[in-house]
Design a protein around this ligand. Structure first.
Ligand SMILES: Cc1ncc(COP(=O)(O)O)c(C=O)c1O
Length: 384
């Protein structure tokens, strides 16, 4: 029997597929939502009840700003095994989602006018947080090998990147570019923020090892989150910090919210230590891979001439370009009327956007995906 709250969340997530992000401050930005229908609610409830029964003074008083040791140990094990991240539990700080990692790194690294380089198109929530701190965010183009490292601005002291699965275009940063990016950072004593937001889901090929794992100079701060694998309302993420940032980051964390809620950390630690995390991850990997295959096939077969679908081998979304001058907003409006949620790629651009779409398929069944593409095809046919 599904937990009542979680199943309500599942329904509202299904419904919110159709939310389109605002252009400037993306408060309602919800790309690539996960599926909750198969979440092991009974296991989570059992672990939560057990944690509550064991509520001790240590758990009930202020905790360690770094996060509980058991969760950091479980994350360190997972990251070394699956992402080739070079870390020990001491290098990890538990945060309230990846967004808090960005916020705290911004506090450490940004002063008014600090130049930060970001992929263009790139994650609007990162751009917004850096801009809010007074950073000058420079847009660096992305091509088939990922970030154009040769176009990084000379004055930047920070680069924010999504090398495993560029958000939103889906490209993987090539090994040559990874080395070039680390070389760029080492030369300038710059920090690279590696956002590995949906690294759990790679389809087909073996993933490239993390940028952090290649780094010899302590230039990379690695961000991870449980928002995509479990659910975003959990607000659990983590940062693997280079040694030189650790002390200042912990002070900023303590000053901001003292520490992330201990109760959820305890449940999450048990969920990982008892093998539920690994099992659920493998199961969802298969579910998402099938959904992505169905979507790619349907898009390429049904909309090939109009849509330039970008190759995708990971994650919970697929992106596609539309012809120049195409009225994307009108297409999205009509798709919503037909019950199909689509995102425009426009909010990911800081400059002039290229017309394009993002398809989030994580929370859609294969039947819904096929039907959704059929409806979009009808709308596009009437617009071209
Ligand atoms: C690029 C990127 N980073 C991070 C996140 C997750 O953020 P959080 O952990 O704050 O939910 C997302 C979620 O959509 C994302 O797309």
């Amino acid at each position: 029997v599904a937990h009542p709250v979680l199943s309500r969340w599942a329904q509202s997530l299904q419904a919110s597929r159709s939310i389109v992000p605002a252009r400037d401050l993306p408060l309602d930005f919800r790309p690539g939502l996960p599926d909750l229908s198969g979440f092991p609610v009974a296991v989570w409830r059992r672990l939560a009840a057990r944690t509550l029964r064991r509520l001790s003074p240590e758990m009930a008083l202020y905790g360690d700003p770094q996060g509980i040791a058991a969760l950091r140990a479980a994350i360190a094990r997972y990251l070394s095994q699956s992402r080739a991240v070079a870390c020990t539990p001491e290098d990890i700080v538990i945060t309230s989602g990846a967004q808090q990692g960005l916020d705290l790194l911004g506090r450490l690294l940004v002063e008014r006018g600090t130049a930060i380089a970001m992929e263009e198109p790139g994650y609007p929530m990162a751009r917004a947080v850096f801009r809010a701190m007074g950073a000058r965010v420079t847009a660096v183009p992305v091509d088939g090998e990922g970030l154009r490292v040769d176009r990084l601005p000379a004055d930047a002291r920070v680069a924010y990147v999504t090398p495993s699965h560029q958000f939103p275009l889906g490209v993987t940063l090539s090994l040559a570019r990874r080395k070039a990016l680390l070389g760029w950072a080492a030369q300038r004593n710059a920090i690279v923020i590696e956002d590995d937001y949906d690294s759990e889901f790679r389809f087909g090929e073996r993933p490239l090892e993390s940028l952090q794992g290649l780094d010899q100079r302590g230039s990379v701060a690695y961000l991870g989150t449980f928002s995509k694998l479990l659910f975003p309302a959990l607000r659990l993420g983590y940062v693997v910090l280079p040694r030189r940032l650790r002390e200042a980051f912990l002070r900023a964390k303590w000053l901001t919210d003292r520490h992330t809620a201990s109760f959820e950390q305890e449940i999450m630690a048990a969920f990982m230590a008892q093998g539920h995390f690994g099992r659920y991850m493998r199961r969802m990997q298969r579910v998402y891979e099938e959904r992505q295959n169905v979507l790619m096939e349907a898009l390429q077969r049904g909309l090939g001439p109009t849509l330039d679908v970008l190759p995708a081998k990971a994650g919970l979304h697929v992106s596609a370009w539309l012809p120049a001058g195409f009225d994307v907003e009108e297409l999205i409006r009509r798709a919503h009327e037909a019950g199909v949620g689509l995102y425009s790629i426009a909010p990911f651009f800081s400059g002039r956007p290229r017309p394009g779409l993002i398809f989030g398929y994580g929370a859609c069944s294969t039947a819904d995906i096929a039907e959704g593409v059929r409806r979009i095809r009808g709308i596009i046919a009437s617009m071209t």
